[in-house]
Design a protein around this ligand. Structure first.
Ligand code: ADP
Ligand code: MG
Length: 611
């Protein structure tokens, strides 16, 4: 029998190894940026096309490479950073294995130009799928430029595995942000599809955080500092009263590299203790400098993890550092309980005696079966909106969906001379609308009903590319964290269709000039946060998803809340608009909107429970 074991060809071995280091465009971005930082650059520019799928280019003004080094840098285990095994325990940074460039070159077309300072000519090197295609001297600036084209061009399976451009761009921005945050002394820029995304001048750390996350962070940050034996902690925490409801910004850096560490995260949260309002998260930017001998670097270089030899010690130092900072700066929190006083008012029982009757409903009863003989919507038009209730205007425009009006036979519609008798709608506890229908008493959840109406209106505008009406704003400037800002940018079209107009300015800034009609200006930030949150939760990347999610977020946010007093015409308008909806029975979140208590049930109730 002949031998059957063969060595894999280098090209295949390289591709397999590459898969571990480079999972997506963002991993290449991270490796290239870190190499530029290691090369001592003071300015680093990142250029990306199509979320890094067609081009990732990093240009630095660092030490550059000789012709020989340039050639060597693409070999696996080629590194200038470790000479002997002992060095592994002495290096201050992590993840030096000389694998990154070799991996990238195995799965992309790479063009490197590099020149050490002082040399006259540099080197231009082209490598495709681990194969050196050409190497020649060329004039270039001191430093290194590496262009990675068509990532995974020879590994279609991996290429197909990539997410949408929006999602991949988000990953790139996150990696860029991490490197830029911990290297404030280096100027960075990022350009995506020829458009500037970041321009970050050399600065102090606080200024760097502010230029990435927005000017509002200026007053939100407090320094943390603690020098202990073998460990040095510094950075900034966000004052608890500004804690975010979405996950917040949590950045740990160990010896200049971003890491995730749930255990240390706990140390910070713990230090904040009761200062954080419910359902909010601490935000922090903390550098941990530690003797490399005290960390275990035998963790895969692409993993953002690190094992401390004495994690409990680091925990204790960190916690005390944060506690001290909180104490020193006397962070008295202004806790915003975020409660609508109207909700409290709802539960106030003036007499203290009235018991709410229990209403039993026949679950099998179908209000939409059988009684459709008298079709036709009400011709009633509610009066022009007055006052500033944000939802009023929306009540009128329900018919622009062009959908069929009510399929329900409602008593008031039978009376041609008097389309609506105001008294036929009754509001229960500023929360439910009660009205007469043929078969009994109809109960409508006012908030859920309005949510359904708005949802269908927004969805219709989005799907048919018909912008909803809009109100002009005195321009409002908002800044978002980088990844969030990217979501807003990527949703420009659907947001515009929903009535938002905005321009992108500076690093992650936006100037809003218009918002959907009926929305309050004060709600703008909250609505956008909500949209960002639901985008982050999403896994699919279909356009339809974006529309639905956006319509849902807007509707949920803008719907009239329990506790709001409604006038009769407003109730009538909700009623009409609701039954002009495609699905009037359930809210976008799946909860029931409508129930009918049949007359027979009412009679029974009276007989059995009446007094
Ligand atoms: P590592 O960073 O782990 O050493 P890489 O594959 O990322 O491995 O890089 C290999 C080597 O190429 C580095 O050790 C360094 O000597 C050289 N190199 C890579 N990028 C640059 C750069 N931008 N400027 C100067 N030298 C670089
Ligand atoms: Mg490297």
């Amino acid at each position: 029998m002949s031998d059957i074991i063969k060595l894999l060809p280098d090209s295949v071995a390289n591709q397999i190894a590459a898969g571990e280091v480079i999972q997506r465009p963002a991993s290449a971005v991270k490796e290239l940026l870190e190499n530029a930082v290691d090369a001592g650059a003071t300015a680093i520019d990142l250029f990306v096309k199509e979320a890094g799928k067609t081009l990732i280019q990093v240009i630095d003004n660092g030490c550059g490479m000789s012709a020989m080094d340039a050639r060597m840098s693409f070999e696996r285990h080629a590194t200038s950073k470790i000479r002997k095994a002992d060095d592994l325990f002495a290096i201050r940074t992590m993840g030096f294995r000389g694998e990154a460039l070799a991996s990238i070159a195995a799965i992309a077309q790479v063009e490197m130009k590099s020149k050490p300072v002082g040399e006259e000519l540099g080197t231009c090197l082209i490598v495709e799928g681990s194969e050196v295609k050409s190497q020649e001297p060329c004039p270039c600036k001191p430093g290194t430029s590496i262009a990675v084209k068509n990532l995974f061009f020879n590994v279609p399976a991996r290429r197909n595995f990539l997410k949408s451009n929006t999602v991949e761009t988000r990953h790139i921005i996150e990696e860029f942000t991490r490197v830029a945050l911990v290297n404030p002394k280096i100027a960075f820029s990022m350009t995506h599809n020829e458009k500037p995304v970041f321009r970050l001048p050399k600065s102090a750390q606080k200024a760097r955080i502010v230029s990435i996350f927005g000017n509002i962070y200026n007053e939100r940050l407090f320094p943390v500092e603690q020098k202990a034996s073998r460990i040095d902690i510094n950075g900034f925490i966000v004052k608890p009263e500004f804690a975010r409801k979405t996950r917040g910004e949590q950045y740990f850096f160990v010896n200049g590299r971003f890491i995730k560490h749930p255990y240390l995260h706990h140390a910070v949260e713990n230090a904040f203790a009761d200062l954080l309002p419910a359902n909010t998260y601490a935000s922090y930017f903390i550098n941990i400098g530690i003797d490399p001998a005290d960390i275990d670097i035998n963790i895969h270089p692409t993993k953002t993890e690190v094992n401390f030899q004495d994690a409990r010690y680091v925990y204790a130092v960190l916690q005390s550092a944060v506690k001290q900072s909180i104490g020193k700066h006397n962070l008295t929190p202004v806790i915003d309980f975020d409660k609508d006083p109207a909700i409290d008012a709802m539960f106030v029982n003036p007499s203290g005696e009235i018991k709410q009757p229990e209403i039993t409903i026949n679950p099998d009863y179908n209000p939409f079966a059988g009684s459709s003989s008298q079709q036709g919507g009400s011709t009633y038009q509610p009066p022009a909106p007055k006052g500033d209730k944000n939802w009023e205007k929306f009540f009128q425009s329900s018919d622009n969906t062009g959908k069929d009006a009510s399929q329900l036979t409602v008593e008031h519609k039978e009376d041609e001379t008097n389309k609506i008798d105001d008294n036929k709608f009754f509001q229960v506890r500023n929360r439910y609308i009660l009205t007469n229908v043929r078969s009994g008493l109809m109960l409508i959840d006012q908030q859920k009903a309005h949510e359904r109406i708005l949802y269908e209106q927004f969805l219709y505008s989005l799907e048919n590319k018909q912008a909803v009406s809009q109100q002009q704003l005195f321009p409002v400037t908002l800044q978002f964290p980088p990844v969030d800002a990217e979501i807003i940018r990527s949703l420009k079209e659907p947001l515009t269709l929903s009535g938002f107009t905005f321009d992108v300015i500076g690093n992650n800034g936006f100037v809003f000039q218009g918002i959907p009609e009926g929305m309050k200006e004060s709600e703008l930030e909250g609505v956008l946060e909500k949209i960002i949150e639901s985008e982050k939760k999403k896994t699919g990347n279909l356009n339809a998803d974006i529309n639905t999610a956006l319509a849902k977020s807007l509707a949920a946010r803008m719907a009239v809340k329990p506790g709001t007093v409604l006038t009769s015409p407003e109730m009538a308008s909700i009623f009409d608009s609701l039954f002009a909806c495609a699905v009037p029975e359930v809210a976008p979140d799946g909860s029931n909107i409508v129930a009918i208590v049949p007359l027979s049930e009412l009679e029974k109730y009276l007989k059995e429970k009446g007094k």
